[in-house]
Write a protein that binds this ligand. Structure first.
Ligand code: NAD
Ligand code: UDP
Length: 315
């Protein structure tokens, strides 16, 4: 194997499958490891490369033996708030034991790790926008705790392996990202709104819809991940970078945009706001922009149109 070998945990998921495509385009041998909990083998059926293998594997177990590994992309973890309670233990262990196993694989092979963390480490933030230096405001005993705190512990493991073994772990805190291949029944807001609009059902806005998010199109996000993963060790090892789009909007405004883009007769209904739902969220991306000249380029309406085209085929 003369080409670099990348292992992508969660490779059959939304972000993981797009990352697999990009790594193959960039000439890597790629192995996807996935337990197909929230991911789908269909996300990878289009891949025809002989440089690709897809293994059913749960990262709570040690990673398989490989002859060579150059880069580990640890993307595995359910990410929909709808799963945070029903799959709480699985999530907590995937982001702790699973992260340990991903880093141990890198330690064995002297490889780098790209750790997929999340804006959820900031909780319901009291500082806005969120810069990497902000330590967050997470409820340590609530419905989001198993996800939020296990992601924070995953970051702590990255620090620990860096301090004790000098493993090169690069952490990205991913902010709300959407695009083709997100499961229509995933439960997150854009899959929900698009599925509802395409079925002619009312869009379910939780609470009064004044809570905000900042939505990033998947191609932009993968570009940010690759910028961090391929940077010189001196610029990225042991570092954490926010990755996301800075265009912040209220959820009720997102609903209006979706109705317009899908061009449907659907209306809007309101449902109760889930407990601990963050009121605001917007990344400060000045660090990744300054270091790697990365910033998102795809506007929301364009990204939604591309996602609608994918959903029309799926549904
Ligand atoms: P996803 O659910 O589509 O993908 C996650 C993948 O991980 C799935 O294929 C799932 O089957 C797999 N997986 C879960 N637990 C596993 C386990 N124990 N062993 C093996 N495979 C397992 O979600 P996504 O949106 O693609 O998220 C990917 C990563 O990015 C996650 O770590 C998530 O926390 C992080 N993230 C995503 C977003 C976003 O907006 N999409 C935001 C913040 C963080
Ligand atoms: N939301 C909504 N309707 C839905 C799904 C979600 O109004 O059908 C809201 C949710 O309450 C949150 C925002 O949309 O304020 C984003 O939710 P999502 O589950 O996508 O991810 P989060 O950012 O909360 O992790």
């Amino acid at each position: 194997m003369s080409r670099p070998h990348a292992v992508v945990t969660g490779g059959a998921g939304f972000l993981g499958s797009h990352l697999v495509d990009t790594l193959l385009d960039d000439g890597y041998h790629v192995t996807s490891l996935d337990n197909y909990g929230s991911g789908r083998p269909e996300n990878l059926v289009h891949v025809e490369s002989d440089r690709f293998e897809s293994l059913e594997h749960d990262v709570r177990d040690p990673l398989p033996d490989f002859d060579r590994v150059d880069e580990v992309y640890h993307m595995a973890s359910r990410a929909s708030p709808e799963d945070f309670e029903s799959h709480a233990v699985e999530i907590a262990l995937t982001n702790s034991e699973g992260t340990r196993n991903a880093i141990e694989c890198a330690l064995d092979h002297d490889a780098t790790v790209l750790l997929a963390s999340t804006s959820e480490v900031y909780g319901d933030p009291e500082v806005h926008p969120q810069h990497e230096d902000y330590n967050g405001s997470v409820n340590v005993r609530g419905p989001r705790t198993p996800y939020d705190e296990s992601k924070r512990f995953g970051e702590a493991l990255a620090v620990a392996y860096d301090q004790q073994y000098e493993v090169d772990v690069r952490t990205v805190r991913i902010f709300n990202t959407y695009g083709p291949r997100m499961r229509p029944d995933d439960g997150r807001v854009i899959p929900n709104f698009l599925s509802q609009a395409l079925h002619g059902d009312d869009l379910t806005v939780y609470g009064d819809g004044t809570q905000t998010r900042s939505f990033c199109y998947v191609d932009d996000l993968i570009g940010g991940i690759r910028a961090v993963a391929t940077a010189d060790r001196s610029a990225a090892a042991g570092e954490v970078f926010n990755v996301g789009n800075t265009d912040e909007m209220e959820i009720r405004e997102l609903a209006e945009v979706v109705l317009d883009v899908v061009d449907t007769e659907s209306g809007i209904t309101h449902e109760p706001l889930p407990e601990d739902d963050p009121q605001v969220r917007r990344p400060d991306i000045s660090k990744i922009t300054a270091e790697f000249d990365w910033e998102p380029a795809v506007p929301l309406r364009e990204g939604l149109s591309r996602t609608v085209a994918d959903y029309r085929e799926l549904l």
